[in-house]
Design a binder for this molecule. Sequence first.
Ligand SMILES: Cc1cc2nc3c(=O)[nH]c(=O)nc-3n(C[C@H](O)[C@H](O)[C@H](O)COP(=O)(O)OP(=O)(O)OC[C@H]3O[C@@H](n4cnc5c(N)ncnc54)[C@H](O)[C@@H]3O)c2cc1C
Length: 397
Amino acid sequence: MAKTWSNWSGSLKFTPGKLMEPQNEDDLLSNVRLALENKKKIRVLGAGHSSSPLVVTKDVLLSLKHFTDVGNVNKEDSTAWIGTGLTVKEGGSKLLEHDLSFHNTGDVDIQCVSGAISTGTHGTGIKLKNLSSMLTGCRMICADGNVREFTEEKDGKDFFDALRVSMGSFGIMTSMKLRLLPAFKLERKEWCTHADNCMEHLDELIEQNRNFDFYWYPRNDLVKLRILNEPGRGSQELDYARLDEEKTGWAIDVLPKERDLKFDEMEYALPLHAGPECFMMIRNKMKAKFRQNVAWRVLYRTIQADDFYLSPCHGRDTVTISLHQNVGLPFMEFFREIEPVFRDFDGRPHWGKKHTLQSGEISSLYPRWNDFLELRKEMDPEEVFLNDHLKQQIFNI
Ligand SMILES: Cc1cc2nc3c(=O)[nH]c(=O)nc-3n(C[C@H](O)[C@H](O)[C@H](O)COP(=O)(O)OP(=O)(O)OC[C@H]3O[C@@H](n4cnc5c(N)ncnc54)[C@H](O)[C@@H]3O)c2cc1C
């Protein structure tokens, strides 16, 4: 019996039947085949940062932390194959040695690239797609226990649009081919101002900057504007805000932030145009009811639309709004009270964060839902790679 496993925030705890940490693909294959013979289910783990029960299992929990190679780097078309055990930080540093870079990162770099891709993890920037958009190929252990290599050229855009955000339900990816950019530098500027100033200038802040987001602090109604651009570009002076922090460096060093304090989080993706109204409703609700017990900020970001079947940004330029509460403090009453506001604006929950939606409610938000389910079934008819959460709450199969 394996030890109790816990996610990053500690809000999920369970004991898997077995925790596997194979050293290489042969080791992995023999373990997977044994699990299949014994009719065990398998959930593959990234860095364990999701706080929805995506990896909870009483059978086999699989970590690919030893799969960290970077190879087949092609600088001509800015692609590379990377091992799925690499975190965003590790992968970003290794790629920089080859003068290549991710186009964006989330707010932190501690997730695995594979985990980030599998849940549609995103940063901010209205002309930037989420991290799943980088995936153009992968090597995968499939449900029959065999290894197959998939590429977008060979297997088609539709297959990849389903695979990109599939939460480990298609198979075990051991390496991924990523679409990257030549390495580039960014200048980060962080400004402090009142929330009203931010809302007045919101459209121009989003349009004029490569990466823009803001944090709203419920206790004092101030915001932190976070603006990143190639050095010298975008909004340089803001006469309604105070410059608090400046940093320039390689994108992979400047995009993510360090996080010392742990938190739980709910995040929804909304149509871009609905963002300001939704935020104002949340702001009012939090000021009226939760100002005293929620010190953590609310984060507002934008992302470009994509075609990925289960991407929260599917078919629409997107605003995401996320709520946070410090670890150890009650969060569910707060999240549950705000959640209906997101839903009123056709919000789609982040797959890796807290939400209470059930399959019937979720499926109506995704036009390619049934196409996804059909492909998933072809890939894994015996449901080897599903757990109760995916089977019951999400897919209803
Ligand atoms: C501090 C913190 C900051 C965050 N910031 C952001 C942010 O800025 N933007 C954002 O969108 N999200 C953010 N998140 C959410 C986070 O990015 C997602 O939950 C992400 O999926 C976590 O990645 P992970 O490597 O920990 O994967 P896990 O949580 O371990 O797994 C996530 C999913 O990926 C699948 N998976 C992992 N590896 C493989 C593989 N090799 N093959 C097949 N499937 C695989 C798993 O089965 C699972 O379904 C944040 C989370 C935390 C804790």
